[in-house]
Design a protein around this ligand. Structure first.
Ligand code: PMV
Length: 349
């Protein structure tokens, strides 16, 4: 199919933080276990995309106004890999201009927000090309989630507000490996106003990328047990979240974070992404929770930085303590204050 004219759109899409972690994949970006995440709000990417007719596929990307060749190459590789999905990409020049709300150098994963924004723009433009309108926004989200998954697994979850799950559960048989779904139905109201303080403990580039980490699960002797654990944790976490059972929520979320890092340590070759400050912050959070009986907990993504999670109703007490005890552990005192959010938005050009 050949493009006859140019098309453009723009989207703003948030990052997410997994409560049950996706770690290990197979086939065309299918997850080895189901996962679930809070959609964030303040950590987001914006993407303006223009697609024009051309002789072959090419792409240009400006990030905060500057050509970003490493990212450009990754996106070109991705666009090339989905020509079977969108044949019009065969002869298209794709011009993009992108920003991140959080510093690129902060060491927090930007792929979920950037890749979900990319997927939303592609699905939107395909809709314009096909003169289609989706029957309802759920179809649009589902399709965007599927395209986002092909770019970066965790990005599949970012297209929904609040809470999203991705991957078939071996227990409930619910969910799909192709795309994520909204999982916020019936969840206790305490979770709808939840905070996430992202403690930037180190912004150094990770020694092992997430893609390499997923691959290493293939030879990990604990892999099968892990996939079983994730399935059980997903079901138990959803139950805890529906019942407002904070102690089960905290136990599962922290177990998931520490299991993720235990899997890295037991990979072959083994590697460690936590830093001494990570352990120090974990100990401090646990001691504060016990002493004050405040339901604050931590999770980690594939890096050294802590995501501290707590109900917004405890903000006053937690934020004062955080600034006194945890901020000094952070690189340059840097903390990103985020909270559970409403999902992507189309930007009017
Ligand atoms: O989407 P990827 O390939 O960058 O993998 C992300 C994996 C974790 O962030 C560690 C967990 C998750 O479910 O988001």
């Amino acid at each position: 199919m050949i493009l006859k004219q140019s098309y453009s759109t723009a989207w703003k899409s948030p990052s997410n933080i997994a409560l049950v972690k996706y770690w290990g994949k197979f086939g065309r970006q299918f997850p080895s276990n189901p996962s679930i995440s809070f959609t964030l709000s303040e950590a987001y990417s914006t993407l303006v995309m223009k697609i024009s007719p051309a002789d072959s596929l090419s792409c240009q990307l400006e990030f905060h106004g500057k050509r970003e060749s490493a990212f450009e190459e990754r996106i070109l590789g991705f666009l090339d890999s989905i020509k079977d999905v969108y044949p019009w990409l065969e002869r298209a020049s794709v011009d993009m201009s992108s920003t991140n709300s959080f510093p690129h150098s902060a060491g927090i994963a930007s792929s979920a927000s950037a890749m979900s924004a990319l997927a939303l723009c592609l699905v939107d433009i395909d809709q314009q090309i096909q003169h289609q309108t989706w029957k309802d926004s759920d179809n649009f989200r589902q399709r965007s989630s599927e395209i986002a998954r092909l770019a970066s697994g965790s990005a599949a979850r970012s297209v929904y507000p609040f809470l999203a799950r991705w991957g078939i559960s071996t227990i409930s048989k619910k969910g799909s490996n192709d795309y994520a779904d909204y999982a916020g139905e019936g969840i206790h109201s305490i979770f709808s106003n939840y905070k996430n303080s992202i403690l930037i403990l180190s912004s150094a580039t990770k020694s092992v990328s997430s893609s390499a980490g997923h691959r290493l699960m293939k030879g990990n002797r604990f892999a099968d047990e892990r996939f079983k654990q994730a399935n059980e944790n997903l079901d138990q976490l959803l139950l805890a979240m529906c019942q407002g059972d904070m102690s089960s929520f905290i136990r599962i979320v922290e177990e998931e974070a520490l299991t993720l890092h235990a899997l890295m340590m037991t990979s072959n070759p083994s590697y460690i992404l936590m830093e001494p400050q990570t352990i120090e912050a974990i100990r401090a959070i646990r001691a504060f929770r016990e002493e004050k009986e405040i339901p604050v907990c931590f999770t980690l993504d594939a890096g050294p930085n802590i995501h501290m999670l707590y109900p917004a109703s405890y903000s006053d007490q937690v934020d004062i303590w955080r600034d006194a005890v945890l901020r000094p552990l952070c690189e340059g005192g840097r903390i990103i204050e985020d909270h559970v959010g409403q999902g992507p938005q189309r930007i009017t050009l």
